[in-house]
Design a protein around this ligand. Sequence first.
Ligand code: GLC
Length: 501
Amino acid sequence: MTSEISHQSYLVRGRAGGSAKAAAAAAAVLLSGLALSASAHAAEVAISCGATGAELQFCKDGADAWAKKTGNTVKVVSTPNETTERLAIYQQTLAAGSDAIDVYQIDVIWPGILGNHFIDLKKYMTDAEVAEHFKPIIANNTVGGRLVAMPWFTDAGVLYYRKDLLEKYGLKTPGTWEDLIADATKIQDGERKAGNDKFWGYVFQGKAYEGLTCDALEWVDSFGGGALVDDKGNITINNPKAIAAFTMAASLVGKITPDGVLNYAEEDARGVFQSGNAAFMRNWPYAWALGNGPDSPVKDKIGVVALPKGGDAGKATGALGGWELAVSKYSKHQDAAADLVKYLTSKEEQKRRAIGGSYNPTIAALYQDKDVLAAVPFFGSLYDTFTNAVARPSKVTGIRYNQVSTAFWNVSHSVLGGQMKPADAVVQLESELKKIKRSGWLTPMGRAGQAASCPPAAAGTEQVPLPASALVIASEAKQSRLLYSGLLDCFASLAIDEASR
Ligand code: GLC
């Protein structure tokens, strides 16, 4: 069974008043009582899955296999493609203490933001099972000593190219951004002369969202300009290498990259590349399986290498992405939900997903598996790119990460669109990051347990103590201008809950 979660349905939930909520809760108890008597042990577990490319189907097949094996049932809930929108929905659902989703598919950058809402999975996994996974991801998913999510698949930005076109124009794969610009220009000129006026040299993710943060981080890191905020929490973005990176990126748009890139997410870039209208593309590994699918116009014509270096002294780098599975504290079926997580993150299931969907395993041993390497050869050749990928500063900035990233992608978007000069961009970004950091980076443990008040703007809400995490989510939503009014409603209901405890 698949269902859609929309913003609207959650806003409606958030607006429910005290008595309506009590009635709903009573109805839920009644219903769950009925369900329990119908089936003494089986649980229905709801899992939220991404829907980029074939993601939803892969999730559904895995979850169904688990249901068949255990006698439980699963409800697969699809969430928006874009990670930024998904976060907003998760924040609402979790802040409301909703039990609508038992298992959350969460981005690698969210354990710090959402971790307090998830159970510790350590008691469900053996030490050997945990030790199979890449250590840095386990460390990333451990918040305040609690393993709040199990690694499901990892990701790193890579460069896709058309093997046939590089051969046609006598080119090698590009080592630096300069090479890429020269090669893409040559191919674009040639293909347009040959009659394809829709042809572009290079496509990537340029929309103002988390995906652009990844692309822009890669530009900056490839020039040796750091990762915005270093491991100690220092803001490092205002440096000449970052300016060089932004200058390079701005020079792409309108030349080898369509202006429309300012509105491209992963699937938009894939659409252009997979239909045969681009020579190069920056994307995540999932695009490999789809690009080589039976009805893909570029089937067997694709190669994958590391992204270019920022000059000869720069480095080939890819942003670290990936997705984890977490069990909600508000779930009524925590044992079954954790068992589903154990199944989906297992070696067997990760192997199935690697072969069929080119999702990078988080289990090191699978990078030596013959079947996996035959299906996705670059899992072998780019092993170092995957294990040395540059992480976004989500661990060190904790709950503040989404604000940091929003500031970064907005400035990067203005640079790409030509509204801001690279040299001004790094100064402005530095000053915005300083403002965000003013009260310190807010790691979940740093403020845990501290009481805060409900924002006065929430109409009809008394000032009552709320957990600090609630206030942080409110200010974050305001910052990103996402669902601000909806969240205030949500906090109003949270406040009522808190007061009636
Ligand atoms: C991919 C990555 C994820 C990242 C997102 C940005 O899904 O795995 O970590 O945040 O892209 O669009």
